[in-house]
Design a binder for this molecule. Structure first.
Ligand code: SAM
Length: 307
């Protein structure tokens, strides 16, 4: 599509130059249909058209999606596709697509495949040569990023942190030196713990807490991590949150540990959830020295302590 100054021609219209319909539903195709993240007016015209036109809709929670479809007066057969049935249900959906039916995949909110089922079905279709196309729309992560007031040119989407403490610690230690803006999803009842963990791992960086986006109580709180921890000491988090965290400063990694000895740095990494060997490796990488050198220093100290 070429963009011209003529507003009539800014967006592709319904018909191709040869008169064929542009948005005609194609059989044998999976449509990833993005649904609103809170504001029903965000369901696009094309999304409505596709949901009305496909043979069936695969939904993360059929009760939620049935309500959405009913609100827009769309009646369509629904099948469930979610985390715990995605293997066998994915096979059935792929077989129906291969036989020529069209399917729209929707999740509870936002873009299918972003921290919710979708990834696996698209992978399966890709493996089998089944066409997949997107009907894009709101995504909480990108809406929050653009509202955060933090750098948007380079970012990393991390989704939900693991609830396993070791895994979470390792991931945060890994991210501590990442200079890109970081995006996390979090449930309200886990927010306080996550803010404390982010503060412990990253220090006092900027954070934008983006809550209830596109809804009546939308709120963007731009503070430092220590302020965020303090803020939620006083009141309970409510609603849905995306956390946008400033990346590490561009200074060389070494300066972050400038005041620490090799052994202190290894102990710091271990306290963040790394195993001893992972901590030794990370420390050697940060300092540009051989792993053996770091290992010897750690073992030497342990021997002195009689460990
Ligand atoms: N696929 C969705 C998307 O495109 O953003 C994300 C689904 S994920 C299971 C749900 C998480 O997204 C929530 O826990 C929250 O972190 C974030 N989220 C969804 N809607 C939101 C909203 N309106 N405001 C803030 N965060 C939201």
């Amino acid at each position: 599509m070429s963009l011209t100054k003529d507003p009539e021609r800014l967006y592709a219209d319904e018909f191709n130059a040869d008169g064929t319909e542009k948005n005609k539903i194609r059989g044998g195709t999976l449509y990833l249909v993005t649904t609103p993240i809170g504001n029903l007016a965000d369901l696009s015209e094309r999304a409505k058209k596709v949901l009305s036109g496909v043979d069936f809709v695969a939904a993360e929670d059929t009760r939620n999606s049935a309500k959405l479809l009913a609100y827009f007066g769309i009646r369509k057969p629904l099948v469930s596709y979610f985390e715990h049935n995605k293997r066998e249900r994915g096979e059935i959906i792929a077989n129906r697509l291969a036989a020529g039916e069209s399917c729209a995949l929707v999740t509870d909110a936002g873009m299918p495949g972003i921290s919710d089922p979708g990834e696996d079905l698209v992978k399966l279709c890709a493996e089998r040569g089944i066409p997949v196309t997107a009907v894009p729309g709101p995504c909480a992560a990108l809406s929050a990023l653009t509202l955060s007031g933090l750098a948007t040119s380079r970012f990393a989407f991390e989704g939900f942190l693991s609830t396993n403490r070791g895994e979470r610690g390792r991931r945060l230690a890994e991210l501590a030196g990442d200079t890109r803006t970081l995006i996390f999803y979090e449930a309200p009842h886990k927010l306080k713990t996550t803010l404390s963990d982010l503060y412990a791992a990253f220090g006092d960086r900027k954070i934008s807490l983006c809550r209830e986006l596109t809804k009546l109580n939308e709120e963007i709180v731009r503070v430092s991590l220590s302020e965020a921890v303090e803020l939620y000491n006083d009141h309970e988090p409510r609603g849905e949150y995306v956390l946008i965290v400033e990346g590490a400063s561009e200074q060389p990694k070494e300066s972050e540990f400038a005041g620490m000895s090799v052994v202190e740095q290894v102990e710091y990494y271990i306290s963040q959830g790394m195993t001893k060997m992972e901590a030794v490796k990370a420390c050697a990488r940060d300092r540009g020295v051989m792993k053996n050198e770091v290992y010897k220093a750690v073992v030497g100290i342990e021997a002195d302590k009689g460990e």
